[in-house]
Structures are given as C-alpha cells and as structure tokens.
Write a protein that binds this ligand. Structure first.
Ligand code: SP5
Ligand code: ZN
Length: 360
C-alpha cells in the first residue's frame, strides 16, 4: 500500500492552544506523524512516497480563494506589523450575531481583525511553517486520490495538519485546508461520478459537511461524539441531512460520550448501509484515531482491537478507498492504531501485533 507523506508537514508546530482560559501544550503536534511513520517502517507492505504537485486549482474548487490568500500571507503580514508574534491567534472572532440584520462585514485591514474574520477558534494558531504544511497536506491527499483514480484499490495519505473542520471560508479545529473535501471534489471532477466521504474522526467534520451540504453527488456520512457535548458543538446533529439538491446526502450518527466498540459497530453498520445503497464510486475516509479510549480529547472508548475489524468492514464495501489522516492525539499508540486500521482495510489476515512502535 502506498503511504504518501511530505517532510514539509513537520514545519507546522504551534507553541500552545488555549483551553479553559489558559495556554496549554498543543495536542496536534508533529510527533503524531513520527509515531505513524515509526509504526509503518520496515514493513514491505507499506511503501512511502512524496506527494506530486497540483497547484491551487483543486483548493479553490472548494474553498473561498480569499481564504487561501489569507493563509498564504498571514505570517508575513504579522511580521510587517513589527512587534514579535509567537503565533497568530484571533482575539476578536466574527460571530454571525455581531452582524445580525446588518448584512456582511468587509474583510478588515488590520492583522488582528483579519485573523478573526477567517478563524473560528483559539486552538488553530498560524506559525511560519503553517501554510507550507497545509499546502503539503493537500498535495498528500490529492496524490492518494490520484493513485486510487488510476486503479489502486487503497491509498493512505498521511495528512498533517488535518482538514475536516475547515469550511468553505473559514479555518479552525487544528485544520486550515480541507484535505478530504479537496480530494473528494477532485475525484468527482476526475471520474465524473459520485464520491462518498466516510468521516470516522471522533469530531464531526463540520467543514466537509458544509462544503457538500447542497450536493447530491458527494455523500457525507459521519460517526462522531455528540456535538451537544463535544467540539465542534455547532454542527453534526442527526437532524442535519443536507439541503436543496443535497437533501438526504448527509448522514450524521452522533454517539454519546463513553460509547465503546459495540455501540460504534452498530452505528458503523448504518453508515456503511447508507454508502452501500448509493451509486458506486470511490470513498474518501477521514480517518481519526481520536475515537480510541486513551485519546486525551476524544470522549469515545474504542479499544485498540476494534480498528482492524472496523477497517475490514469498510473494505467490505468493495469500493476504492482514499484513506486520509485526520485526528488522533494519544501519540504513543497512534501509529499502532493507524497500522491496525490500514492492515484491516488491506484485508491482511489477523496477526499478533508487534510492540508499540514509536512508544516512549
Ligand atoms: C482534527 C481534529 O481532531 N480536530 C479536533 C479539534 C478539537 N479541539 C478541541 C480541544 C478541546 C480540548 N479540551 C480538552 C478536554 C480534555 N478532557
Ligand atoms: Zn478529531
């Protein structure tokens, strides 16, 4: 199986995120990638490769072009202000209520105003290496999509930063550009047929849902912790089923905090039934391992042994799979869990697990 990864993705390292009123060490760190690479190393079933270049067109096919331009320029723009900046974090965020009844606001001129115009939270800081890393993650996703479009049954894009919280015109949730949505749209244009997105990250992929909400040709199906109590809070409810021509092409399966393998398996069956009943086409899997019981931010409790059978059931759809990395924050076991998932998807028969590669 081809594993696509770029060293540029390690250049994004934020100094902190803000939680409960304090700066805390970030969860989304480049050590996550190191854990995954260590677990896939020295195994001829995985062949590492660099991404190809695709340019900006597939990105602006799903994102507002001004968002891409903002991300490209943000760091330079703050440097020009003169004061030292450790990381760019908004202090004033454009909540829709602020403009209620007054139409839209123009994009502000000042750097402080501009970041709050595009970013919806305090945990998705921009540093010097953020834009190159986000662009590289997109190339990783598109390279995986191209391999599958060219006939591979399965490819894994080790995307970092993740993407599924980034919407058409906003970023947040550790995500800057929506790797999965960009890959899905690229596949629609390339194949001329429908594409399904199966989002298995513990958080609802609000960005991906938004981008395809009115589309009938991209089915979005997500299993996640109930947004009533888990980020992103404002999307991912079961009542959200798509609109316009996209009515019925969004399926949300929220799970209560603490849900384990059994509850998850039942919801997964519903998710796969929905995809199975749709017109065949490739499936983009937004793979988050933050459903794992030891994950520091995910409230679900999947065991390590669950990932391989889950992946085997996804593979039983018998559709081409573009598997893209999203979350997963228990660094010592992240690589092992990704490896289990990928071997399950590849139909490799069960085997005794080797030790936790990359564990500290
Ligand atoms: C891609 C992805 O997984 N993004 C997730 C962003 C979620 N950020 C929410 C972090 C909230 C941290 N709260 C800590 C609670 C620990 N009990
Ligand atoms: Zn997540």
């Amino acid at each position: 199986m081809q594993v696509i990864q770029s060293p540029l993705q390690a250049g994004h390292e934020v100094p902190f995120e803000v939680a409960r009123g304090r700066p805390i060490p970030p969860y989304e760190v480049s050590a996550r990638v190191a854990s995954i690479l260590a677990a896939l190393a020295d195994d001829e079933r995985f062949s590492l490769r660099a991404p190809d270049g695709f340019g900006p067109e597939p990105i602006v096919a799903v994102h507002e072009p001004r968002l891409l331009r903002y991300l490209e320029r943000a760091w330079k723009e703050w440097r020009q202000v003169g004061t030292t900046v450790e990381a760019i974090v908004p202090d004033t965020i454009l909540l829709p209520g602020l403009r209620d009844g007054m139409g839209t606001a123009p994009e502000p001129e000042s750097p402080s105003g501009r970041v709050g115009y595009w970013c919806f939270d305090t945990m998705t800081a921009i540093v010097e290496g953020t834009y190159p890393a986000a662009r590289a993650a997109v190339e990783v996703a598109l390279t995986a999509a191209r391999l599958v479009a060219d006939g591979e049954p399965l490819a894994y894009g080790l995307c970092r930063p993740p993407g599924h919280h980034a919407g058409r015109a906003m970023f947040g949730g550790y995500c800057y550009l929506n790797n999965a949505a960009i890959a899905a749209e690229w596949l629609v244009r390339r194949t001329g047929g429908p594409v399904a997105v199966l989002d298995l990250d513990v958080h609802h992929g609000n960005g991906t849902q938004q981008i395809f909400y009115e589309r009938e040709d991209v089915l979005y199906v997500s299993l996640h912790a109930d947004p009533a109590t888990t980020f992103p809070y404002f999307a991912g409810y079961a009542s959200e089923t798509g609109s316009g021509r996209g009515r019925g092409a969004t399926l949300n399966l929220p799970l209560p905090p603490g849900a384990g393998d059994e509850d998850y398996g039942l919801a997964l069956e519903q998710a796969l039934d929905r995809i199975d009943g749709s017109t065949p086409g490739p499936v983009v899997v937004s793979l988050g391992l933050d459903t794992y019981e030891e994950d520091p931010i995910g409230p679900l409790r999947l065991t390590a042994g669950a990932f391989r059978p889950i992946a085997a059931r996804v593979a039983a759809l018998d559709r081409p799979l573009v598997v893209l990395q999203e979350g997963g924050y228990h660094v010592p076991t992240l690589g092992r869990n990704v490896r289990s998932w990928l071997l399950g998807a590849a139909g490799v028969p069960d085997e005794p697990e080797r030790g936790i590669a990359g564990a500290d």
